[in-house]
Design a protein around this ligand. Structure first.
Ligand code: HEM
Length: 520
């Protein structure tokens, strides 16, 4: 009895005289109840809901690790759930985000356009790029009864095979052929000039070649006359664009925001020029301008919409090309095989498109392209859940967000074999049908399936063929380390490389002159 009384009085003391201990006990109890409820009881009460990947801090959820390396976090969660590839939930700053990692669920999600929508994401991006709310709403009203979102149908008409694409292709490839000659290699990519030999930054050369050619093919000469720095500004914006996507505060985005402003203001001034001074613009640029002006929009709205298009058209293709060139340069045997494959076509006096048609038929070159996409694409699609619906027998709740991280499928060992993590073009060479496998989606799918995939492939294989065959580039130092993809930088398409991992290559004047003037 005496002991009991003592205990009671000790507890009373703790309760009355040590508020901090008491509060800590209550907090710990509340935390325990929250954890047991969230991760043990609630999943049993609602077996139809996607399981939640456990986290320690309520509301914050998995956001810290997701921002550090989203692919790693998703892989960890997938393995935590025994790699069943059932949809699961990540909690990111108070929001439930469903993650889909199987090809079947991806097909179902991309098909379900009525309940899983891309619209609010695109509307939000349009507003953040500076389009006025009135024009955004008017644009969506105008597309209410169509199967496409604003800009989508125009981009598809321009970029999918057809007369508009052929025109764009001619001008894109023509400009690539012009830039990739000894005399036209831009000075700012040259790191050392040894007379008849130059040491060049591969990263800057490939990025400049693709972005500059795309700029010319989209807008003609006029855009760069209005804003000579637009290609560089777009490159800088792209480099840090994750800060824009993730809404990093302005004081931490000090070089991204001015770069974006230069590019977008250049576009605005371009659209203020009289039409007669913008004669080289492609059909898509003209059609988008006409559509937005018809809705009552001005050059600011057009430049916001065009900035998004210009950015998606330039952000990924040069990176894929860069990785493809690296894979070939760092593997002398592979290089020899590629050279043998392309040589007969490079020596013919073909037009740019004629050469392109020939390059399209080369199995090894295209297998290397596909394998490069497979190993470097970190593309995602985002959808908002408009109504409760089911995917794979699990219920997605209205108001949540859904992410499809295609990299999870691109590296699936069950589809691509036990060496799925490794670059091995032979898998596409021996099994060309892999390109059609639903797990191979570097370009996404459904309503937002990348319409630029043909242009991207054409540019990439042309650049690779010209660098190897016309400019005979080689590693300036064979001991240079293979660049490492930057998996920690948030990315919506092809992985960037880690800083300071550029590759230096040499090219020679004599060899550069070999090609006929028809190709330049
Ligand atoms: C290797 C290069 C490329 C990759 C990996 C790539 C990847 C993607 C992906 C994954 C999407 C869908 C995003 C989503 O679902 O939200 C997309 C959309 C798009 N891409 Fe590409 N892309 C590439 C090159 C290009 C090029 C060169 C162009 C234009 C010349 C282009 C134009 C577009 C457009 C306009 C869309 C938006 C489609 C829509 O929402 O209707 N892309 N791209």
């Amino acid at each position: 009895m005496a002991l009991h009384n003592k205990l009671l009085s000790a507890l009373e003391d703790a309760y009355l005289w040590r508020p901090s201990t008491r509060d800590a006990c209550i907090t710990a109890l509340a935390y325990l109840v929250w954890r047991v409820w969230t991760f043990n009881i609630s999943p049993r009460l609602h077996p139809e809901r996607p399981l939640i990947y456990p986290y320690w801090v309520p509301w914050v959820g998995n956001i810290a690790s997701f921002l550090q390396n989203s692919n790693r976090t998703i892989t960890q969660a997938r393995l935590f759930f025994k790699n069943t590839r059932q949809p699961f939930t990540l909690v990111l700053g108070g929001q439930n985000v469903y993650i889909i990692t199987s090809a079947q669920d991806t097909i179902a999600a991309l098909k379900n356009v009525s309940q899983l929508s891309f619209d609010s994401y695109l509307k939000d991006m349009s507003a953040r790029f500076g389009m006025s709310p009135t024009i955004i709403n008017a644009a969506w009203r105008a597309h209410e009864n169509t199967s496409s979102h604003p800009g989508g149908a125009i981009a598809s008409q321009q970029l999918l095979p057809g007369p508009h694409m052929s025109h764009l292709q001619d001008s894109l490839l023509g400009r690539i052929h012009q830039i990739l000659t000894w005399k036209n290699i831009p000075k700012f990519v040259v790191r050392e000039n040894r007379g008849s030999e130059k040491v060049v930054s591969l990263l800057h050369l490939v990025r400049h070649t693709f972005t500059e050619s795309t700029t010319q093919a989209l807008f003609g000469e006029a855009l760069q006359q209005v804003e000579p720095d637009i290609v560089a500004a777009l490159g800088q914006f792209d480099y840090e664009s994750w800060k824009f996507t993730y809404q990093v505060p302005p004081f931490l985005s000090l070089s991204m925001l001015p770069a974006k402003a230069i590019a977008q203001d250049g576009l605005r001034r371009y659209f203020e020029l009289p039409e007669s001074e913008r004669a080289g613009a492609c059909w898509m640029v003209q059609a988008l301008e006409t559509e937005i002006r018809a809705l009552g929009g001005g050059s600011r709205d057009i430049s916001a919409s065009m900035m998004m298009l210009y950015w998606v058209a330039t952000t990924n293709a040069w990176k894929a090309t860069f990785w493809m060139v690296c894979q070939i340069l760092y593997d002398p045997k592979l290089r020899r095989r590629v050279e043998e494959e392309i040589a007969p076509h490079m020596s013919k006096d073909l037009s740019h498109s004629g050469l392109q048609d020939q390059l399209n038929t080369l199995p090894l070159l295209n297998a290397i392209y596909c394998e490069t996409l497979r190993t470097t694409a970190s593309s995602i699609s985002v959808r908002d859940v408009l109504e409760d619906c089911f995917i794979s027998n699990v219920k997605l709740q209205k108001g949540s967000r859904l992410i499809i991280p295609f990299r999870q499928m691109l590296l699936d060992e069950n589809v691509f074999g036990p060496d799925a993590e490794v670059f091995n073009p032979e898998r596409f060479l021996h099994n060309p049908a892999l390109v059609k496998n639903p797990s191979f989606r570097p370009f996404g799918g459904g309503a937002t399936f990348c319409p630029g995939r043909f242009v991207a492939q054409q540019g990439a294989v042309t650049i690779v063929a010209l660098l190897l065959s016309r400019l005979r580039i080689a590693l300036s130092n064979p001991d240079q380390k293979f660049p490492i993809p930057n998996e920690t930088k948030p990315c919506l398409g092809i992985l960037d490389l880690k800083d300071d991992m550029d590759v230096l290559v040499t090219m020679n004047e004599g060899i550069g002159r070999v090609r006929s003037s028809k190709m330049e």
